[in-house]
Design a protein around this ligand. Sequence first.
Ligand code: TNX
Length: 536
Amino acid sequence: MKIRCLFFFLLVSMTLSAQDYLSALLPMPNRVEPGSGEDFIVTPKTVVTVDSDSLAFAASELRRILQERTGLSVTGTAGEGSVISLQVDPAMEGKEHYILSVERDRVVIKGATPGAVYWGIMTLDQLLLGDVCRSAGARIAPVYIDDAPRFAYRALMLDPARHFLPVKDVKFFIDQMVRYKYNVLQLHLTDDQGWRVEIRKYPALTAVGANRNPQGGNEGPDNGFYTQEELKELVRYAAERNVEIVPELDIPGHTVAVLAAFPELGCPHTESVQKVMGETVNLMLCAGNDKVYKLYEDIIQEVAAIFPSKRIHLGGDEAIIEENWMRCERCRALMKEKGYAKVSELMGYFFGRILPYVRDNGKEAILWCELDNIRMPVSGYLFPYPQDVTLVTWRYGLTPFCMDLTLQHGHQLIMAPGEYAYLDYPQWPGDLPEFNNWGMPVTSLETCYRFDPGYGRPATEQNHILGIMGTLWGEAIKDINRVTYMTYPRALALAEAGWTRMEFRKWDSFRERLYPNLMNLMRHGVSVRAPFEIGR
Ligand code: TNX
């Protein structure tokens, strides 16, 4: 018995001795210096001070975290106890650059913006999460962290168009992504299967387009939409946590839900929408119909007013132009009038008419990068895109071309290559949802971790890279538990790709830092996939 106890003691102490303030830092900060001297001690009399009203939310988050990690509710007033000071220092360079310094009498978290200070608090949370023995004694090891992201744009994408996700689930998703310093949530709000944003001028878009599955029930996973008020609340909730919401309205393909509401907006030769209800089919908006442009002028105006982000994503992907525009008399007449030799030139025409609406509302457009001139003979866009468009690279195998072309033509680029960033792909062979509708390659956690958003290119060829995005396409994602299961842990690997410079990224270190974070996510009720393969 004694020997067994001794063995148990040794095991526990070995495990615990591996735990320190570095154990759960994820993404790894770009500069961490161990401090010296004694620990900072949290007591109920510890005071949280702020030097700006804009830090009120950050302070409340900090108190919540201290309570969760140390069990103490910190309610001290000035002059009473040890101090945790939150400071906005506009002189600091970089919007997300923060400094977290822990000394015996004082913790300081400062940054140029409240968002940067918030990231510092997320890092402090991970110091406490990793350093379990100290945290249990309400102590924090001295340390100096001076950290800023490698890329300014670190996004995850949700697809409530395919399966609707209620607002509370989207908030839950945001709660998790901010632990890992993601700062953009792209909401794919429209697709064949559903139209999810209230447009007051055109109630049919949601009355018809949000309820396309008669069996789906109200607010079921298949039916439902966000009111403008709900979206504004979501924007506010996200902004408090330093997350910007970028709306996506996918055009001119992926538009069956719009066509269900307004069948006359398709090319006249295409089948009636009634016949294809419920299926994902390759119908498009007609490029030669002026009503299409008027509709989107109004929609973009309303959407621009809901979302303060300067960016609106307008899709542009997988437009089946051969079946739609090429066979359409109106589109063909338009091609002739404009002297176009290739139907893909109509994509330029289409966006040439749509993009001014984006600019008129003070916004910039993002589009999925399609390359007609490389490998996509039927659904592509003929480079160059209009100069002010930001592109997202996504197609398997095409990222090097997208990188070359965007560099050459001066576009900003977001990196979401299918090889690394597609969170709808299975994480391990055989780990499939109840259904999936396309043959998907496996993208393991380790594969995700190998993602270098710069693709190893010289620094001068990376300046146009805005950042990264993990995309969770929703065809096979019926609810929030499936959403988070597919997202985690791979989004932890992508978070580090977006934040941490390559010289500080090591798979073996990531693998160790992963475990406390997985446990923490599980403790917060997040369905994650256990990456058993990495322990074998
Ligand atoms: C391609 S990625 C799409 C989506 C699908 C996804 C499935 C992109 C721009 N378009 O519509 O959901 O593949 O992986």
